[in-house]
Ligand binder design. Structure first.
Ligand code: 8IG
Length: 277
C-alpha cells in the first residue's frame, strides 16, 4: 500500500485500494497533473460548478480509468476532469457516480472517493439532488449536510474496521461554506437504497428519525472518505419535496427540471466555496 493512504483504517482486503492506486496513476498520466488537492462528485443540479471553478486542464472519459463504470442515468455526465483553481490548487471533478441501486456492489460505489484519495486529495466534496422532508426547505435550495442516516444496511468498510463518524461532515467546512452564503442551512441526509422513491410512510419514518433530506447516494461515499482520512463537505440540492410532503407524485423529469432551474445559482455558490478551501 502506498504512503498516500497513510490515514487508511482498513482491516479488510487491500484490493479496492490497489485498484484506486491504479486509477490514480492513470489519471496522473492522462491529465498530466501528478496530484490533486480537492475532489468533487457533482450530482443532479451541480454539474455547472466545474465550468465556473477554474481552468479545465484535462477531461478524460471515466470509462478509460480502471474501476469506473459508465453512468446509468440519463442527465449524468461521465468524465473525470482536472481543474486548475485560481489559487493554484488542483481539483478533480468526478462526473461518474456509480449508485448503490445499480447493483454493482458497494466497492464500485466508493471507488471514485478512494481514487480521489489516491491522487492525494484531502478534501472531498459530495453533492447530490435530494427530496426535502422539512416543509421549510423550498425546492431549488441547497442544504449543507451536517450528518447522515444510512438506510442501505450496507457499508463500504470490510472486516473489523471501526471508523469514527463523529463530525463526518466537517463543521469547519460547513462554516467556511457559510462565509460564502450565510443563509445556508444544515440538514441530516437520509440515504435510501432506491431506485424507487420512498412511500409517504417511509418519508414520515425518516422525518421521525431526524432526517431533513432524502436521497440515494452520498452516505456510503462519505464513510469511505472518512476511512481514508479525508475531510468531507456534503451539499444537497433539494429538487423536490419528498413523497407525501408534496401532494403530487414524484417524477424524474421534475427532478431534472428543478436541477436545471437552480443549476446556475448553486453552481456559482459551490465554485465560490471551492476557491476558499
Ligand atoms: I433528486 O425524493 C431526488 N433524489 N430517495 N427521494 C430519494 N432520492 C431522491 C429524491 C427523493 N429526490
Amino acid at each position: 500500500m502506498s504512503k498516500i493512504f497513510e490515514n487508511l483504517h482498513n482491516h479488510g482486503s487491500s484490493e479496492p485500494f490497489d485498484l484506486a492506486l491504479e486509477a490514480a496513476a492513470v489519471i496522473a498520466e492522462k491529465t498530466g497533473v501528478a496530484s490533486h488537492d480537492i475532489a468533487l462528485t457533482l450530482g443532479s443540479g451541480w454539474a455547472k460548478a466545474a465550468d465556473l471553478m477554474g481552468e479545465t486542464v484535462a477531461s478524460v472519459p471515466a470509462a478509460s480509468i480502471p474501476g469506473f463504470l459508465p453512468p446509468a442515468v440519463e442527465g449524468h455526465v461521465a468524465s473525470i476532469r482536472s481543474i486548475l483553481l485560481p489559487n493554484g490548487k488542483h481539483a478533480l471533478v468526478l462526473g461518474a457516480r456509480t449508485h448503490y441501486y445499480e447493483g454493482h456492489g458497494v466497492r464500485r460505489v466508493v471507488h471514485g472517493v478512494r481514487t480521489a484519495a489516491a491522487t492525494g486529495v484531502k478534501t472531498m466534496i459530495l453533492t447530490n439532488g435530494a427530496g426535502g422532508i422539512r416543509e421549510t426547505i423550498k425546492p431549488g435550495s441547497p442544504v449543507l449536510i451536517s450528518d447522515h442516516i444510512n438506510l442501505t444496511a450496507d457499508s463500504p468498510l470490510e472486516g473489523a474496521t471501526f471508523v469514527d463518524l463523529t463530525d463526518l461532515y466537517s463543521h469547519r467546512l460547513r462554516e467556511l461554506a457559510r462565509t460564502v452564503d450565510s443563509t445556508l442551512e444544515d440538514g441530516v441526509y437520509v440515504q435510501f437504497r432506491g431506485p424507487h422513491y420512498e412511500t409517504p410512510a417511509e418519508v414520515q419514518m425518516a422525518k421521525v428519525m431526524g432526517g431533513h433530506v432524502v436521497g440515494m447516494s452520498t452516505a456510503l461515499e462519505a464513510i469511505a472518505a472518512r476511512q481514508v482520512g479525508m475531510e468531507v463537505l456534503g451539499l444537497s440540492l433539494v429538487t423536490n419535496l419528498a413523497a407525501g410532503i408534496q401532494k403530487t407524485p414524484l417524477s424524474h423529469q421534475e427532478v431534472i427540471d428543478a436541477g436545471r432551474e437552480a443549476e446556475g445559482r448553486i453552481s456559482a455558490l459551490l465554485a465560490q466555496i471551492v476557491t476558499k478551501l
